[in-house]
Design a protein around this ligand. Structure first.
Ligand SMILES: [Zn+2]
Length: 485
């Protein structure tokens, strides 16, 4: 009898699964009480609306979702993100994420976790972006330190309820507890990032009042933490946990919970498909996979938006950032110093910043300095990495490569003093050091750095951006031009 029931139940499921489309037409294959829902999941988009490679951007993935998944805005689909939307290439970073939210609105995202990089441009910017979005930004575990309440003033919600295809879905957000050290710490100084499990338990209790059919979690949390969390809260009947932050490609099941993560930058997506029996009030089938963003035909409306932001970025490159009293050659120490000192502005916990000697590639002009000049000076798509190095490691890095340029340290004959303390560098002490991604990846002979700190943190902040910010802050003019010290 039990076997017979299983066959009866699984036959329509097989039909539904083998169908290429999950459009409402596919429901004809299932019983009248069964509802389908497909989750399409991305994370760590990081401003790459144009994609890392041609044909793998936001317009392409949306085209692929329409063709391969049968996605339509009013169909039984949820588009969910694990957060970190806007820090990345100039097309997004230069406009502090406005273009990315516009693109994700047009794509039809339904909800997102808040990533650590959502704080990169400050709380006012975060609030602006959250209000601009047609979808909620969720984080149940962020509190004001002072009041121990959710920062709802910023538009942040702990959870949302979505009614779709006769199903009520409760979606809870989580932000990484590492946020205070993985964005500029100053931006989140008033906020606390609480441990996941207790918050998840209390939020599920709140959700229970609304009696959701399905509970999902979107978390800007790496799998190393999300997997044990899924096991620890197995009793909460969470059907899906989407991760983020570590750019992993994951589709798997821990107990009854599906775990998803896409590897970021719209290179791939993860999907989960659910079949829920309304009459029995239970999930009867689910499946999951990861898919590459390849061979989709570009969605016209998103492609037009991306083109608009590309044009705006090009136009902005002619922006005048300041005025210089003289020309500086690329190898001028004063110019090198201005670059590395600007990096220290993004991370007040950093002790020093080190740039490879030949990183600067064009002279800094006399008179008007435009963004195009800074792009020429620092032309690579490098980001700034924060690494933890012992004093001994630091001394080795300084002795290797090609005579790097360093700030935060003062050289007196053969000794190095830490500028913050005025004391000799301690070979056993750990220091937080900012470098560029090229060096971390072993460029210019710096192979040792990634060995010293194998989990170096990519701030995702372009190595040019702090200098741009610094130039603007100087408010120099033709009559009061800048002179680099
Ligand atoms: Zn992150």
């Amino acid at each position: 009898m039990r076997l017979y029931l299983l066959v009866l139940l699984s036959l329509p499921m097989l039909l539904a699964c083998s169908s290429v489309s999950h459009s409402p037409a596919a429901e004809l294959n299932t019983s009248a009480d069964v509802r389908e829902l497909t989750v399409l999941y991305s994370n760590d988009e990081h401003g790459w609306m144009e994609g890392r490679e041609p044909g793998r951007g936001a317009a392409d993935i949306l085209g692929l979702w329409r063709e391969k998944e049968g996605y339509s805005e009013d169909g039984p689909f949820l588009l969910l993100s694990g957060g970190d939307h806007w820090t990345g290439p100039a097309i997004s970073t230069w406009f502090e994420g406005e273009g990315m939210v516009e693109v994700m609105n047009t794509m039809g995202y339904d909800a997102s976790a808040i990533g650590n990089h959502e704080f990169d441009f400050g709380l006012d910017n975060l609030e602006q972006r959250v209000r601009q979005a047609n979808f909620p930004y969720l984080a149940a575990n962020i509190q004001w330190k002072a009041s121990e309440t959710l920062p709802s003033e910023l538009g942040i919600l702990a959870f949302t309820m979505i009614e779709i295809n006769d199903l009520s879905v409760g979606i809870i957000g989580l932000s990484t507890t590492s946020t205070p050290s993985t964005t500029n710490p100053i931006n989140v100084v008033d906020l606390a990032f609480m441990e996941y499990e207790p918050v998840l338990r209390s939020t599920v209790t709140q959700l229970a009042v609304a009696d959701p059919d399905l509970i999902f979690v979107v978390a800007h949390v790496c799998m190393a933490a999300l997997r044990p969390l899924a096991v620890a809260v197995a009793d909460l009947n969470i059907s899906l946990m989407g991760g983020g932050h570590c750019n992993e490609l994951v589709a798997e099941k821990m107990g009854e919970t599906i775990l998803l993560e896409s590897n970021g930058h719209f290179r791939s997506y993860a999907r989960a498909h659910f079949e829920y029996d309304l009459r029995r009030d239970s999930l009867i089938n689910s499946s999951f996979s990861t898919e590459k963003n390849e061979a989709g035909s570009s969605d016209e409306s998103v492609a037009q938006l991306v083109a608009k932001w590309r044009a705006a970025t090009e136009a902005e490159l002619s922006a005048v950032l300041g005025f210089s009293s003289r020309e500086y050659q690329a190898n001028d120490d004063r110019l090198q110093r201005a670059v590395v000192e600007s990096w220290l502005q993004i991370d007040s916990t950093a002790d020093m910043a080190i740039n490879n000697r030949y990183a600067l590639r064009a002279p800094f002009p006399r008179g008007e300095v435009t963004l195009a000049d800074v792009v020429g000076l620092l032309p690579f798509e490098n980001t700034i990495y924060a690494v933890e190095l012992s004093g001994a490691n630091v001394l080795q890095v300084l002795a290797e490569g090609q005579n790097p340029f360093v700030t935060g340290l003062i050289r007196i004959e053969n000794d190095w003093l830490l500028a913050k303390t005025g004391r000799l560098i301690d070979t056993n002490e750990t220091y937080r050091v900012l470098i560029n991604s090229f060096m971390y990846e072993g460029g210019a002979g710096y192979n040792a750095i990634a060995n010293f700190d194998s989990v170096g943190f990519d701030t995702e902040i372009h190595y040019r951006q702090p200098l741009v910010n610094w130039l603007l802050e100087q408010e120099s003019s033709a009559s009061q031009p800048l002179a680099l010290p």
